[in-house]
Design a protein around this ligand. Sequence first.
Ligand SMILES: C[S@@+](CC[C@H](N)C(=O)[O-])C[C@H]1O[C@@H](n2cnc3c(N)ncnc32)[C@H](O)[C@@H]1O
Length: 245
Amino acid sequence: MIRDFAKRVYAIFDPLYLDEYRQQRYVFTRIQEKGLLSAFRGKRILEIGPKHGRDSRLLAALEPEELVMIDLPEKKAMVNTWLAELPHPERCRLILNNLQYMSREELAALGRFDLVWCTGVIYHVVEQIRFLRRLFHLCKNGGLAVIETEIAHGSFLQRRNVVELIWPGPFHGDSSVTHLPSPKAMMTWMQMVGFQEIGQQPILSRHTRRTRAVFTGRRTESSTPYDIYGGQSAGNDAYFAGDAT
Ligand SMILES: C[S@@+](CC[C@H](N)C(=O)[O-])C[C@H]1O[C@@H](n2cnc3c(N)ncnc32)[C@H](O)[C@@H]1O
């Protein structure tokens, strides 16, 4: 009750926080207001971790050629409460699987996407650089990834290129959160796996950006992931960051 009151007062001084406090889909809205989503009508969109489907509705309303959603099998019952209500349900497809553990064949069958939307997911992933590399592979050339996540807490860590280890946790009662990168660390990983035009989007309220951040990155023709031992010039195969089997 007191906490709730404090948040309401806070919202007066930080208007961006008001939407966030009211649980609006503020990442989607603000990314859309920046004009970053206008290009995806008639294109392929992938959403990781739709859970309650609030972003799925907004993504489906962009009228993509196809909206593919991947969530864990445990979310089946929850997702089935809203799946049929999406705009253009005939263009929407749900896959119940763990993206991190899908086989090469399953990943290849997904094809590539113009937009990969991944909010609130990656901090639940133990091997985040490998997960980012999967997101990269799933982008077409020219494709955009939007990634929102919990980040390392506190300005001391956030000014540095570091990862905060949480394990064995739990983190706010959640044992699936094992480590939290600072924004610099997240952008370093994005660069290592090959993304270009990487940026932290300055769209969150002062309050929320103490713990969360939104990143965008693009796969381009000239993307160059980090090749750990220098690849063929050194007489090796290419050992790209995040691709180990
Ligand atoms: C905190 S919820 C985020 C929901 C929503 N995207 C949002 O931003 O509010 C995280 C979702 O990601 C899903 N998830 C976590 N790890 C995943 C993985 N490796 N593959 C697929 N889905 C995953 C969870 O099941 C859950 O539905």
